[in-house]
Design a protein around this ligand. Structure first.
Ligand code: NAD
Length: 361
């Protein structure tokens, strides 16, 4: 297969970790006879330095003309970087919001997987951590409370703030379809999370998800209220496969799910539109505190590249090769400093990329 990938290395540790993901992708391509054409473009702080704005039309066009985008993190130290003296619409993060909007990326996927070798980093009780977990939170990214009408008014001398939570059936249907499709590539189960005992938007959500599920009889669907889901994530995370939810619930639950893995440098993510196109990036930020030292953990970005092969290119076998190489490296005792424990072997960022690439093929 010939793949066209736009690459946004980003700021801070971004260039270091993306280079390692490219190293691993190149190895997969060499082993499995695929080819990749990379087109490197700027966004975030690097784009501000070069062009005065965090996102240019050229970057958007390069992404649109590619099959997928591989991205590092963007942004700098929010206390000291001059980027944060600019008005909010000119700051690095505005680039991220802009590109999501320009590419219509409405589905955000964040896997939370507990490697047994890293289970001591899991903050849950040992008997819960020992069972392990492997879930994927699918969050609607462009609708709901964060995008509804809002205002603050004063009535009889008392201020009142109003936010509105709106979803159309189309917005719900398109993300539900994504969730069922992706569940078919995993363990075939979707838990849809809502607050249908209170909210009309949740009742519509549940209704539409139920109707979409009729087209996926092989996928098991159940519903869970969001407050219960928040509890179940710490009580028995092993029960979850694909967790489908709206924007605000997903914002909170995906952070909770990340937290229980205990290893921020390991968490990948993807944002998809209604084609096979996706933007793949680590869940963590640009870690300016360790940038340029070759000590960052590149695994989240490498696993994001595996997600890209699986979800944009349907190259499941190739994605498995990367995920297995990561597992092997960990079980052989190699660690970057963020996940280092006594008795394991500490590697730099580039050494970790090399060890993973070496185990492919
Ligand atoms: P952060 O995730 O960058 O860092 C939090 C802590 O985790 C730091 O101590 C950092 O060293 C460590 N860490 C993060 N990733 C690591 C890795 N791969 N290997 C080893 N250690 C790692 O969060 P922050 O410090 O709050 O934010 C820094 C910048 O990143 C800010 O400008 C923020 O806006 C930006 N940010 C960007 C994104 C994105 O691009 N999607 C997401 C979150 C934060």
């Amino acid at each position: 297969m010939d793949m066209k990938i736009a690459v946004i290395k980003g700021d801070g540790i971004g260039p270091e970790i993306v280079s390692e993901a490219m190293k691993v992708l190149d190895k997969v391509c060499a082993v499995c006879s695929h080819s990749i054409e990379y087109r490197e473009v700027l966004m975030g702080g690097a784009s501000i330095d070069a062009f005065g704005v965090p996102l240019t039309e050229e970057t958007i066009e390069a992404c649109r003309n590619s099959d997928a985008v591989l991205m590092g993190s963007i942004g700098g130290d929010t206390n000291t970087s001059p980027w944060y003296k600019l008005e909010p619409s000119k700051r690095p993060e505005a680039g991220l919001l802009g590109i999501r909007k320009a590419l219509n990326l409405f589905a955000n996927l964040r896997p939370a997987y507990l490697y047994k070798e890293l289970s001591q980093a899991c903050p849950l009780k040992k008997e819960i951590a020992d069972k392990g977990f492997d879930m994927l939170i699918m969050r609607e990214l462009t609708g709901g409370l964060y995008f509804g009408e809002r205002k603050t008014v004063t009535e009889n001398g008392i201020r009142k703030a109003i936010d509105t939570l709106t979803y159309t059936e189309e917005e719900i249907r398109r993300i539900a379809i994504k969730a069922f499709e992706i569940a078919r590539k995993r363990r075939g189960s979707v838990i849809s999370v809502d607050k249908a005992n209170v909210l009309d938007s949740s009742r519509l959500w549940r209704d539409v998800v139920n109707s979409v599920s009729k087209d996926y009889p092989d996928v098991k669907l159940s519903h869970m209220l969001v407050d219960n889901c928040a509890m179940q994530l710490v009580k028995d995370p092993s029960q979850f496969d694909v967790v489908l939810t709206e924007n605000m619930f997903g914002d909170i639950l995906s952070d909770e799910a990340s937290m229980i893995t205990g290893s921020i440098g390991m968490l990948s993510s993807a944002s998809l539109n209604d084609t096979k196109f996706g933007l793949y990036e680590p869940s963590h930020g640009s870690a300016p505190d360790i940038a340029g030292q070759n000590i960052a953990n590149p695994i989240a970005t490498i696993l994001s590249a595996a997600m890209m092969l699986r979800y944009t290119f349907d190259l499941d076998k190739e994605a498995d090769l990367i995920e297995k190489a990561v597992s092997d490296v960990l079980s052989e005792g190699f660690r970057t400093s963020d996940i280092y424990t006594e008795g394991t072997r500490k590697l730099s960022c580039s050494q970790m990329g090399e060890e993973i690439a070496r185990r492919i093929g």
